[in-house]
Design a protein around this ligand. Structure first.
Ligand code: PDD
Length: 287
C-alpha cells in the first residue's frame, strides 16, 4: 500500500506527488519544516509544534499558508489516511515557492509550496533505553540561526553522517567551547543530581521535547538549572541525555569513546524516562 501525502491542497499517493524543479526549496533549501510525533492517532503537543512552525515562517518571511484550524484539519486527515500505522511521525514542509532562480525573494510574491507526509514512528526500543547509546563531539559548523527549523540542513547532514561513520548514535556540537545540541536532538547533562540545560538561543532549536522535560523536572522538583554548558562540564557529566520528538529521551553512555560516569544510564535519566512515558500515556493513549 502506498502512503498518502499532502501537496498544495490535495491528498495523493506519495509516488504521484511532484514539484517543479524551480521550487526554491529544491534550488536554495529556502523553506522550513516541522516533525510532530503522533501516538494512537493523536498529534503530541500540536499547538506547540504549530507555534514553532509559525515562528520559523516569520523568521524567514514566508507567508503562513494555512491558519491553525487549516493545519489541524490537514494533519488530522493525513493521520487518518495513514492509520495503518498507530504511531506516526508527521513531517510538514513549507518552501517559498516556485520562481526563476534568483536569491532575492520573488516579486511579485508566489504561493508557498506546502507538503506533508507521515512515516511510522519508531521510538527507541526498550533495550536501547536500558543500554544507552554512544556519541561523538564535533565543532558546531552551522549558521547563527539554529533556532529556525530550516530545511537547509547540509551541516546537520554532515554532522549526523560523522556519527554514522563512527558507528555511534549522535554527534554533539560544541561552539566556542560551549555545548549547543545534537545534529538532530537537544542535549541535557546531569551534574551531582542537578539537570543542566543549555538556554534557548540562536545556537539551538527550541525543542518541543526539551520543553516537556523542563516542565516535568519543575513539576516533580528535580533540581534544574538552565545555563550555558561548557565542554569541560559535558566531559565530566554524570549523565548526558538526548531528546527529540522521535528519540524521546535517550541516555548517552559513551562520549568520544570514553564512558560517561559508569557507562550506564543514570538514576536521573531512569526517573525522567519513566515520568515522560507516564505523562505521554496519560495525555495520549485512550484509556
Ligand atoms: N529533529 N535540535 C535539532 C537540530 C533537531 O533537528 C531536533 C529535532 C531537535 C529536537 O526537537 P523536538 O524535540 O521538537 O523534536 C533539536 C527532528 C526530529 C528531525 O529533524 O527529524
Amino acid at each position: 500500500m502506498d502512503d498518502t501525502v499532502y501537496l498544495n491542497g490535495s491528498f495523493m499517493p506519495s509516488a504521484q506527488a511532484t514539484i517543479p524543479v524551480l521550487d526554491r526549496g529544491f534550488i536554495f533549501g529556502d523553506g522550513i519544516y516541522e516533525v510532530i510525533p503522533v501516538y494512537s492517532s493523536q498529534p503530541f503537543r500540536l499547538q506547540e509544534h504549530l507555534s514553532r512552525l509559525v515562528h520559523s515562517l516569520d523568521a524567514v518571511r514566508i507567508r503562513n499558508p494555512l491558519d491553525f484550524s487549516g493545519w489541524q484539519a490537514m494533519i488530522t486527515r493525513l493521520i487518518q489516511e495513514n492509520r495503518a500505522w498507530k504511531d506516526q511521525s508527521v513531517y510538514l514542509q513549507v518552501t517559498r515557492g516556485v520562481a526563476p532562480r534568483d536569491q532575492a525573494f520573488p516579486v511579485p510574491d508566489v504561493e508557498p509550496t506546502v507538503f506533508a507526509m507521515s512515516m511510522p514512528l519508531s521510538t527507541p526500543s526498550a533495550e536501547l533505553v536500558a543500554s544507552g547509546v554512544s556519541a561523538i563531539t564535533a565543532l558546531d559548523i552551522r549558521w547563527q540561526r539554529c533556532n529556525i527549523k530550516a530545511i537547509s540542513l547540509l551541516a546537520n547532514v554532515l554532522l549526523r553522517q560523522e556519527a554514522v561513520d563512527h558507528g555511534v548514535a549522535e554527534t554533539l556540537m560544541l561552539r566556542d567551547g560551549w555545548l549547543t545540541e545534537g545534529s538532530s536532538s537537544n542535549v541535557f547533562i546531569v551534574h551531582e543530581g542537578t539537570l543542566l540545560a543549555p538556554p534557548k538561543d540562536q545556537h539551538m532549536l527550541p525543542g518541543i521535547t526539551y520543553d516537556v522535560i523542563l516542565e516535568l523536572a519543575e513539576y516533580h522538583a528535580i533540581p534544574l538549572r538552565i545555563g550555558a554548558v561548557s565542554e569541560a562540564q559535558l566531559r565530566h557529566a554524570d549523565e548526558i541525555w538526548l531528546t527529540s520528538s522521535t528519540k524521546e529521551i535517550l541516555a548517552v553512555v559513551s562520549l568520544d569513546g570514553k564512558a560517561v560516569h559508569d557507562g550506564r544510564p543514570g538514576p536521573v535519566f531512569r526517573r525522567m524516562y519513566a515520568l515522560y512515558q507516564d505523562f505521554k500515556n496519560q495525555v495520549m493513549r485512550p484509556r
